[in-house]
Each structure stands twice: as structure tokens, then as C-alpha cells.
Design a protein around this ligand. Structure first.
Ligand code: FAD
Length: 296
């Protein structure tokens, strides 16, 4: 489809767009209420899957498992469990994978995870643990025929010394049997296009799905971005400047910025989107509607 056909298809109900939504496992009853409210609002959009993250250091193992199983049981939507190698032996990680297999969960987002001291600290493998996401992918596929997503980084992973190492690693994860990559949040689409070009040059053919993080709160999201090595361009920061005490305008700017990012990607032929919801549905619902993705 040409870019103008793609844009037009959003109005017809015959569009090719596919979306997935990322949530985090709630810690409190109040947070759990918001989680379910958002899941129930987004599930009727028939996403390809809803994914639930895994807390730093494996700290949410039980909660992630519970939410993933319940999402699938309550909404019928396919659920994907994020899983990391941090703080666990291979056998412990394998046990989690076997539990998903038994529970009928067929999708895993396979990650190495950050070092316990944060991504600025060197990675130290847990004794007897998996050393990298590529190894984890191999381990998971030994247990069952899972649909596996892995991470990709438009702004380069902070621990990769250069792009050759970065792309080699991405290729290793996909060659190990992952079906797709999902990107880290990024705010300048040209970084994503460059990643696609580098991946294509390395012979990578699997989809690299953009991870879209709406900027609900500039302070919070720019903090997350700094922690994970995602670049917050000065021109994006300038759009939110001075809006700390003006939540209404901040929210309008956030939707405009996210809409602009998504529609620019559509103009470049992108048809799959992974939305990071932070367990809120409104802005993501609006973005999906812009793509023509509405409840049937
Ligand atoms: P890997 O692909 O293993 O790479 C990590 C680093 O090691 C890279 O710099 C890579 O170049 C390098 N490397 C790997 N193998 C080699 C090798 N053989 N030689 C040289 N260098 C090598 N974190 C969580 O804790 N929970 C989550 O739920 C979570 N979800 C995420 C979802 C997405 C879509 C993304 C993009 C990230 C997510 N993360 C999550 C963050 C992720 O865990 C961190 O970014 C982590 O630091 C790297 O994980 P990875 O799977 O990319 O690791």
C-alpha cells in the first residue's frame, strides 16, 4: 500500500493495522482496579496481544503470572508474559516457562533484564542463570513452541559499545527463534528508521514493531527515558516546557505529540504498533482510533 492508501484505509474499517498493549503488574488494590478498567477498555479493540511486564530483578514473578493468566481468561485476548534472566538460575526461569505452558500462555517477551544496580552498572550473570536474551530464547524454545518477542533499541542499548554489536545481538535473538522485536520507547522517528535500515542491511527480516510511549507526564517519562538510554530530543522537551502546573494543556500536547509520531510512522508504511499504556487506557484508545482500530 502507498502511504496515502494506508492513511485512507484508517477510515474504511479495512485497514491493515495491528496493535498490542503493554501493562505492568499492579501493586495495590487501587492500582489493580485501574489495571482492569484499562484492560477491559482496550480488549474490545482485539489487539494481537496484551503484554504484562516483569519487575526489575524478577520482583513481580507471581503478580506477572497471575495478571497474564487472568487477562487471557477474562478477556479472551492473547496475553504475553515478559520474562527476564535477572536473579534466577536457569532452572528457576525454566520453571516459570513450564508454568506458562501448563496455563496455556503461548507468548513470551524474552529479555535479559537490567543489572540490579541499573543499566549503568555492569551486567553480572546470576550463578547458574541465563547470560543474555538470546540464550533465554533458546531455553524457552526447548520447553515449548512459544511465540517470542525480543527487545530492540532505536537509540542503541546503553551497554552496546557500537551499532555492530547491537545489531549482531538483535540478529542472534531473532536467529535463536524469536518471531519479532519490539522497540524500546523512542521519540525521534528517524532513530527508528535508521534501526530498520541497519537491521535490513544485516539480513534481519522479522518485524521490528515500534514501542510507542505516550508522554502522559513529561517528568515521569523523561525520567524513564534517561534510565533506559532512550533519547528525549530537546524539541520534544520544549513542547512540554512550562506545563508542569497546567495538566489540561499538558494532556493535549501529549496526545498531539503521540498522534504526530504515530501518523508519521504510518506515512513510512508502519502497520504494527506496540503501545506502552502504563495501565492507562484513554490516550492509547485515542491513538488506536486514529488508526481506525475500534471495537467491532
Ligand atoms: P540482551 O539482548 O541480552 O542485550 C543486553 C546487552 O548485552 C546489549 O547491550 C547487548 O549488545 C549485549 N550483549 C548480549 N549478548 C552479547 C554478547 N554475546 N556479546 C557482547 N554483548 C552482548 N526489563 C525488565 O526488567 N522487565 C520487563 O518486563 C522489560 N520489558 C521490556 C520490553 C521491551 C519491549 C524492551 C525494549 C525492554 C524491556 N525491558 C524490561 C528492559 C530490558 O530488560 C533492558 O533493556 C536490558 O538491559 C536488556 O535486555 P535485552 O533483552 O535487550 O538484553
Amino acid at each position: 500500500m502507498t502511504p496515502s492508501d494506508l492513511r485512507a484505509s484508517r477510515q474504511t474499517g479495512q485497514h491493515p493495522f495491528e496493535v498490542s498493549f503493554e501493562f505492568f503488574p499492579p501493586k495495590t488494590d487501587v492500582m489493580e482496579e485501574r489495571f482492569w478498567e484499562s484492560v477491559h477498555k482496550l480488549a474490545p479493540l482485539k489487539p494481537r496481544f496484551v503484554s504484562v511486564t516483569y519487575g526489575a530483578g524478577g520482583s513481580t514473578r507471581e503478580r506477572t503470572m497471575r495478571m497474564v493468566s487472568q487477562v487471557k481468561a477474562e478477556t479472551g485476548v492473547d496475553a504475553a508474559a515478559h520474562l527476564t534472566c535477572v536473579g534466577a538460575t536457569r532452572e528457576e526461569v525454566d520453571q516459570v516457562v513450564r508454568a506458562y505452558k501448563t496455563a496455556g500462555i503461548k507468548r513470551i517477551v524474552a529479555l535479559r533484564g537490567d543489572p540490579p544496580g541499573g543499566v549503568g552498572q555492569p551486567w553480572v550473570q546470576h550463578p547458574g542463570g541465563y547470560t543474555s536474551a538470546a540464550e533465554l530464547v533458546t531455553g524457552i524454545l526447548r520447553i515449548g513452541d512459544f511465540d517470542i518477542s525480543v527487545a530492540a533499541y532505536p537509540d542503541k542499548h546503553p551497554q552496546s559499545p557500537n551499532w555492530d554489536v547491537e545489531i549482531d545481538n538483535l540478529k542472534r535473538k531473532l536467529d535463536a527463534g524469536a518471531t519479532r522485536a519490539i522497540t524500546q520507547m523512542f521519540f525521534d522517528n528517524t532513530a527508528y528508521y535508521r534501526l530498520l535500515d541497519r537491521a535490513a542491511a544485516a539480513g534481519i527480516t522479522a518485524p521490528i514493531v515500534p514501542g510507542i510511549q505516550p508522554i502522559h507526564s513529561f517528568k515521569q517519562i523523561s525520567g524513564f527515558a534517561a534510565k533506559c538510554g532512550a533519547v528525549m530530543p530537546a524539541w520534544v522537551a520544549a513542547r512540554f516546557e512550562g506545563l508542569e502546573d497546567d495538566p489540561e494543556t499538558h494532556a493535549l500536547v501529549a496526545s498531539a505529540v503521540a498522534a504526530e509520531q504515530v501518523l508519521e510512522l504510518v506515512d513510512e508504511g508502519v502497520t504494527q504498533f506496540h503501545f506502552l499504556t502504563l495501565n492507562r487506557s484513554n490516550l492509547v484508545l485515542a491513538l488506536a482510533r486514529l488508526l481506525g482500530v475500534r471495537p467491532n
